[in-house]
Design a binder for this molecule. Structure first.
Ligand code: TYM
Length: 335
């Protein structure tokens, strides 16, 4: 069977809810920044998933955070000249249309088995108050990915199941209507990351700020969260300590990483060194956050509006082409 060409090499998105956390950076932004810097992939495309935010935020809040997320991408090292950045709602027509076609290929019980939805329903809602949009979340995500004919999608561990659904939907569509949509792949530098909340419990998340390092927060707040972070008894390893180490090494230079490794040898030998570890991590984290915040403060709103306009045009062109091909494959005559 003839292969179908991809249009975008690396593609990912972030919801515009509050500030970005260090887990978002480790889970996805860092991968795309690294690939762009090392020229290991073609022109990346990133977007702000404002429609996805409507599942748990108000439309006003969502719109307020859009420019901020684009500034985050750039302040974290993405060069806007070498990539396309857009806002999901710029493609509202194409996404809504593809949602209809893809929804036809998924059963309600399949959606209810999606781990993120299952977790949410278990934690703070049930099927009587979970919205249909929440259940549609993975379908909409598949539409984002498939409209751009994306090859690689860098995401954290929590989103891997959603990319799997996009893969599945592309395959199902092609099987029924003929080879039309290329199948995307999950991408991560190593294993997909899952950074835990510093205060224990689930993953680090914008919705649980007590255990999250939020990049825009006053730096002293973040440093005190590290000081209070859960670790492990001397000689033991836990998921909490593992996450703290991932964050620490992520923000550290080579010499600081070596220091962290030395401290960990002592820890595993039964010494009480968690205070020392947090001290080293905080020195690196303070520098990392300061550099980020200074860089971000210099980015102008007008610059961002221009970036979004240009990126939106590229994404729209891709999406329109893909939708035309999909309509043709399905034999839809009257659109
Ligand atoms: P969002 O905004 O929740 O998160 C953005 C990215 O950050 C990753 N991430 C984490 N990685 C490791 N540990 C954590 N604790 C952690 N928390 C978040 C997420 O895996 C994600 O990669 N549905 C997506 C947005 C989206 C999207 C897409 C992404 C919509 N359409 C198409 C890729 C492609 C979301 O809610 O991300």
């Amino acid at each position: 069977m003839k292969g179908i060409d991809y249009k975008v090499d690396v593609f990912t998105g972030i919801r515009p809810t509050q500030g970005l956390t260090i887990a978002n950076v480790i889970g996805s932004v860092h991968t795309i920044v690294t690939l762009q810097r090392e020229k290991e992939a073609g022109r990346p495309m990133v977007f702000v998933a404002d429609l996805h935010s409507l599942t748990d935020g108000t439309p006003q809040d969502t719109q307020k955070h859009i420019l901020d997320i684009v500034k985050d991408y750039i302040a974290l090292g993405l060069d806007p000249k070498g990539c396309d950045i857009f806002v999901q709602s710029q493609l509202i027509e194409e996404i809504a249309e593809l949602n209809i076609y893809l929804s036809r290929l998924v059963t309600i019980s399949e959606l209810l088995r999606v781990p993120t939805l299952k977790e949410k329903i278990k934690k703070d809602m049930d099927v009587s108050n979970a919205s249909v949009l929440l259940a549609m979340y993975p379908i909409m995500m598949a539409s984002d990915i498939l409209l751009q004919k994306s090859k690689y999608v860098p995401v954290g561990d929590d989103q891997v199941a959603h990319v799997e659904i996009a893969r599945d939907l592309a395959r199902k569509f092609n099987k029924i209507f003929g080879e039309t949509i290329p199948v995307p792949n999950v991408l991560s530098l190593g294993k997909p990351a899952r950074i835990k909340s510093l205060s224990g419990g689930g993953k680090m998340s914008k919705s649980n700020p007590t255990g999250a390092i939020v990049l825009d927060d006053d730096i002293s707040i973040s440093l005190s969260k590290i000081k209070r972070a859960q670790t492990a008894f001397a000689g033991e390893m836990t998921d909490s300590l593992d996450s703290l180490l991932k964050i620490g090494k992520f923000v550290s230079n080579t010499e600081e990483i070596r220091h962290i490794d030395e401290i960990m040898v002592k820890h595993m030998n039964g010494e009480n060194v968690m205070g020392e570890l947090k001290g080293v991590i905080n020195t690196s984290l303070e520098r990392y956050l300061r550099e980020f915040q200074v860089k971000k403060s210099k980015i102008l709103d007008t610059e961002i509006e221009e970036v979004i306009k240009n990126g939106g045009e590229v994404a729209k062109r891709n999406a329109k082409e893909t939708i035309q091909e999909i309509r043709k494959a399905m034999g839809l005559k009257y659109i």
